[in-house]
Design a protein around this ligand. Structure first.
Ligand code: DQA
Length: 145
């Protein structure tokens, strides 16, 4: 199949604990298991997809900064708690032309007040939240429309 688009899924702080932490909120599947499903979903649709996770804010900024030069047509970003206060990640997104779709597995608006604010939404192409792992699949889909 011809690869039409190359995406990267970037997961931020604590997302490596998916499947082990707050299972009632984030489910029981590990990030590796979820990533395998996202990869299969993207491949079925002729898209190439890579994955990156870090608990370090600066590392996430570097990967965002380099998304264009590394050949990515789009970024799917779950910044975790950094979403709510990281102006550094916000500026990294704003510094590149590659479209970034913000993703959250949980419906952050149903949760604690501090999660209701996203400092990155304004510089993202769009936001998908509240659908569990399917939030990532819907984000992949958004790049096909
Ligand atoms: C999250 C929501 C954030 O508030 C939280 O800090 C996370 C995960 C989500 O996917 O629902 O780590 O981004």
């Amino acid at each position: 199949m011809v690869i039409s688009m190359k995406l990267i899924v970037i997961n931020g702080v604590n997302l490596n604990r998916t499947g082990m932490r707050e299972k009632g909120v984030y489910g029981t599947q590990t990030l590796a298991e979820i990533n395998a499903e996202i990869e299969a979903y993207a491949k079925e649709r002729g898209m190439e997809i890579d994955f990156f996770q870090s608990n370090l804010e600066g590392e996430l900024c570097t990967v965002l900064q380099q998304a264009g030069e590394n050949g990515y047509d789009g970024v799917i970003l779950n910044a975790g708690a950094f979403t709510h206060y990281s102006y550094a990640i916000r500026d990294a997104i704003a510094s590149v032309d590659v479209p970034v779709v913000e993703v959250h597995m949980s419906n952050v608006h149903k949760r604690e007040e501090f999660r209701h604010t996203s400092v990155i939404s304004e510089v993202c192409k769009g936001t998908i939240l509240g659908f569990g792992k399917a939030s990532y699949l819907l984000a992949v889909e958004s790049f096909r429309l």
